[in-house]
Ligand binder design. Structure first.
Ligand code: CO
Length: 288
């Protein structure tokens, strides 16, 4: 009897030690999470950023969370409010505060120019005397084939239930002249495997309005559900996609006899996509 009580007490203390050890590793794994996004000039999109922050906060309740924007012009126009720092400014501030380890959550869609600049900045800040010991960067939304497949699945799963099979759903991304612009046609491939009327377009680059329109005409599509494939529905969404000007995608479809339903919601407004970004961040902390 005495023996088993002693064993029970011993295993209780052992368990405590294990849990204590785990909680210690978890909190030292990274001193701060820096959320880096392109930035926006639109108020509603800023609201979307704060919802993203809430979700990240829930996943990392004990971490210091900071923001940085990569669009220089947007930081300058926002300098009065002092809410937007560049990545360099945010990293320098963290280093000055004595933080040693930073994990960067990049809210970019593809590993394009902005993302590659971010990698370069992170490398430059790592290992400076009395500075940050480690600066790791999580992948953007579209990165490896498994990620492309799961993003395609999430896009299909989040389509409006009222949409009928013969109606197109078009996700329009920013597009890029960077080699990573190929991620858009790559996503188109995985999407099409799931739903033949799920299409990808880009504001800049090869999947432009004319290309998408001819694809729709070939399919005999009469109606399209139009959605931004961007982190937040900011300036490009409200002007280039849904704008009332004759050259917006919405007006151009209407001019071509195709009915349009707006889905004015950024990718970051769906918790499932934020979860996808977060899974990249979680993988970073697994690789010690
Ligand atoms: Co742009």
């Amino acid at each position: 009897m005495y023996f088993s009580v002693r064993r029970f007490v011993m295993s209780f203390f052992l368990l405590c030690a294990v849990f204590y050890g785990q909680s210690v590793t978890a909190s030292t794994d990274s001193d701060a999470v820096l959320i880096v996004a392109f930035g926006t000039s639109v108020d509603k999109a800023r609201g979307a950023y704060s919802n993203i922050e809430k979700q990240i906060r829930a996943a990392y309740p004990d971490k210091e969370l900071r923001w940085a924007w990569t669009a220089k012009s947007l930081i300058e126009t926002n300098s009065r409010s002092k809410t937007a720092l560049s990545t360099q400014e945010a990293l320098a501030k963290l280093a000055a505060e004595g933080v040693k380890d930073v994990s960067i959550l990049s809210l970019h869609i593809i590993p394009g120019a902005e993302y590659n600049d971010l990698l370069q900045t992170a490398r430059a800040f790592e290992g400076l005397p009395k500075g940050l010991r480690r600066v790791r960067v999580a992948p953007p939304l579209l990165y490896d084939t498994a990620g492309l497949r799961s993003v395609a699945r999430l896009l299909v799963r989040n389509m409006p239930p009222e949409r009928k099979k013969d109606e197109a759903v078009l996700f329009v991304g920013h597009g890029s002249p960077h080699p990573s612009g190929v991620y858009y046609p790559a996503l188109q491939y995985y999407l099409q495997n799931l739903d033949e009327n799920a299409l990808v377009g880009t504001i800049e680059g090869d999947l432009d309005f004319e290309t998408v329109l001819s694809g729709m005409k070939a399919r005999g599509v009469r109606k399209v559900w139009l959605a931004p494939l961007m982190t937040v529905a900011g300036d490009h969404a409200s002007n280039d996609l849904f704008g009332s000007g004759a050259d917006s995608w919405r007006q151009s479809f209407i001019a071509n006899g195709i009915q349009v339903q707006n889905i004015p919601k950024g990718i970051g407004e769906y918790p499932a996509f934020v979860e996808q970004w977060l899974s990249g961040l979680k993988k970073l902390s697994e690789q010690k």
